[in-house]
Design a protein. Structure first.
Length: 262
């Protein structure tokens, strides 16, 4: 893959959660500023995506910034960004792409990124759009399935996927008469093989953090505090290289109630 900047130039920050006040300037002072430049490529990592627009959201202030459309080389530039941590999405003539990664803007420095756009397969795209539509009207939760088996010794739950798609790293809620907890999906197995996603009609096994019961509903939950840019994305935007960047995977902290319900 011949993107402009080597992956080794990225500084990783794992486990960043919607941190309020991170990189915030003291009261009465002008916020520090930085810049972001980069290239946007197709999934092959070499073909430029002309006309793509990167959009950034400061996860502390909520401020949204938008770069001018990328040129024929896929190059974009956005200046005068407040120092801080941002999530981002990319809009293209072919559709919108969300990212589950974070980028940091550093005072008086220019962060450089190479980004690759990977469209979802049609089945995955349709399933994600179905879930996104339901989340808009049901408090950011959408039912994806139900628990059909539970092994107390290992805390493994088999879930029948009723609709949509469930993926590793998704935030879920397991809820029933005596159950109510949230967690991120860390592992998923299907017919004895580890998988990254499961579609409607499949029965994956998940490792859950609390006891569950047969019949409990499984709901997909939006990332708290770091919502995606687009409700119906056609794919994912992945950072494949960078210099001076602060990049990490979006995670969440479990501050929600756990079973049993009180």
């Amino acid at each position: 893959m011949k993107h402009r900047w080597a992956k080794a130039g990225i500084v990783l920050i794992l486990g960043i959660v919607c941190t309020s006040g991170l990189f915030a300037a003291p009261a009465g002072q002008t916020p520090a500023r930085g810049n972001l430049i980069g290239y946007i490529y197709d999934k092959d990592g070499t073909t430029p995506v002309a006309g793509a627009v990167i959009k950034l959201r400061n996860i502390s202030s909520g401020a949204v910034y938008e770069a001018p459309a990328a040129d024929k080389a896929g190059y974009f530039k956005i200046e005068n960004l407040a120092k801080g941590i941002y999530n981002f999405g990319i809009s293209t003539p072919a559709g919108d792409f969300n990212s589950n990664e974070l980028v940091g803007i550093i005072e008086n420095e220019t962060t450089k990124l190479s980004i690759s756009l990977s469209p979802y397969e049609n089945e995955i795209r349709q399933s994600m759009q179905e879930i996104a539509r339901e989340q808009t009207v049901k408090e950011n939760e959408a039912r994806v399935g139900r628990v059909v088996q539970f092994a107390p010794g290992t805390k493994d739950a088999q879930v029948f996927i009723e609709k949509g798609v469930l993926q590793v790293d998704d935030r879920i809620r397991v809820r029933g008469l005596q159950t109510n907890f949230y967690q991120d999906v860390s592992t998923m197995g299907l017919e004895g093989v580890k998988v990254k996603r499961a579609l409607a009609g499949q029965n994956p096994w998940l490792r859950v953090v609390r006891d569950a019961q047969v019949g409990d509903g499984v709901y997909l939950v939006c990332k708290k505090g770091v919502p995606p840019f687009f409700l119906t994305p056609c794919g994912i935007a992945t950072v494949v290289g960078g210099v001076g960047a602060l990049v990490g995977i979006i995670t969440t902290v479990d501050k929600n109630p756990v079973s049993p319900i009180k």
